[in-house]
Ligand binder design. Structure first.
Ligand SMILES: NC(=O)c1ccc[n+]([C@@H]2O[C@H](COP(=O)([O-])OP(=O)(O)OC[C@H]3O[C@@H](n4cnc5c(N)ncnc54)[C@H](OP(=O)(O)O)[C@@H]3O)[C@@H](O)[C@H]2O)c1
Length: 324
């Protein structure tokens, strides 16, 4: 039996239950991982509270971890016992051990710690596709990144800056503004106090943005569309404040023939080749020091509920991890 955090019925952070579970031996194509660090992500809250339906009940929360292989199942040729690995994948992350599909795991380079990996696989591969594929950020791009001091936000500010963009970040406090600036944001906007559309107009001298990366959802819609130049890209990749209500697609025409997309890592990383190349790209920018992974909150696994309370009450910055 090993320690894990399970959800028996959906609800608030209090439904995260620390208990012992039995982990089976790895089956065909699976590896067993002794997990050294587990990532905490907003998606974990969506599963916990039921806004994303879990495939079964009870379930072990969490979608991201890093650790070492302690057993390999039949048919696994790419991994051996002792390999350092990391993954983003189906529920089961918040546990001291788990079995996992070998073809969804990646080997961890020696220069990336387990803690860094748990703080970056989901958020960092998300940023990888957002700035390289959903909209190709480059020299001269002007982008708006909401929640710039958050987990995805701090990585996105650094990576977009590294690619040559002018980065405007919205943040919930002055401390968060400082942090976003230290991590690549050229301009910050206190969107709880200031009209962020007016500020974007002022900062860009009326040119507006090529792309808006919006993980906030309800509270920043439709204002995010007003931050875009004609033919700009609205990238709605999350809904920390709640989901955007259905809207008439003619709104995109009225606001300047805009493009709108609602992407998810699951689709961008569905093919093994894409997963490996996204992970390698992330390892490269982190390994070179171009992008740093600020793991600003570390909790023992038993305090998973506290990690969710802090994340949902906007107390955290950068990444949060759990240590089994
Ligand atoms: N589509 C994908 O592939 C994908 C992958 C990973 C993450 N995501 C999404 O990316 C977003 C960020 O995820 P994360 O894990 O890195 O979280 P995070 O940004 O560290 O935390 C969320 C932040 O959103 C801001 N926020 C604004 N309104 C909020 C509200 N009503 N409740 C809570 N927070 C609010 C807060 O920052 P301020 O205080 O600065 O406002 C808060 O710190 C989430 O929407 C998540 O679902 C999407």
């Amino acid at each position: 039996m090993v320690a894990a955090v399970r959800v028996h019925k959906t609800g608030g952070p209090e439904v995260l239950t620390f208990e012992d579970v039995a982990i089976p031996a790895p089956g065909q194509g699976q590896i067993k991982i002794k997990q050294h660090a587990c990532g905490v992500n907003f998606i974990d809250c969506y599963f916990r509270n039921g806004s994303y339906p879990a495939p079964s009940m009870p379930f072990i929360a969490g979608n991201e971890s890093a650790g070492e292989v302690i057993a390999v199942g039949p048919g696994v040729t790419d991994f051996k016992v002792g390999d350092r690995v990391a993954y983003v994948g189906p529920l089961g992350g918040y546990a001291a051990e788990r079995v996992f599909a070998a073809d969804r795991a990646v080997k961890l380079p020696d220069n990336i710690s387990y803690e860094q990996a748990a703080g970056m696989m989901l958020k960092g591969m998300t940023v990888q596709y957002l700035v390289n594929r959903t909209y190709k950020v480059g020299k001269g791009t002007i982008c708006l990144i909401h929640a710039a001091a958050g987990g995805v936000g701090l990585i996105a500010c650094q990576w977009a800056n590294y690619l040559g963009a002018t980065v405007i970040g919205t943040v919930g406090s002055k401390d968060k503004a400082e942090l976003a600036k230290k991590n690549g944001a050229h301009h910050t906007i206190l969107y709880r106090d200031e009209d962020f559309v007016a500020k974007v107009k002022e900062i860009t001298s009326g040119k507006l943005c090529d792309v808006v990366y919006d993980g906030i959802g309800k509270d920043t819609f439709p204002a995010s569309l007003d931050c875009l130049r004609p033919l700009g890209y609205f990238v709605s990749f999350g809904s920390a404040s709640g989901q955007i209500a259905a809207f008439n697609i003619n709104l995109l025409q009225a606001k300047g023939s805009l493009f709108a997309t609602r992407p998810t890592l699951n689709h961008y990383g569905a093919k093994r080749d894409d997963l490996v190349s996204m992970a390698n790209d992330l390892f490269k920018v982190v390994g070179s020091g171009a992008v740093k992974i600020p793991v600003n909150q570390t909790y023992p696994l038993k305090d998973a509920a506290k990690s969710h309370i802090d994340l949902e009450s906007r107390k955290t910055t950068g990444s949060s991890i759990l240590i089994p």
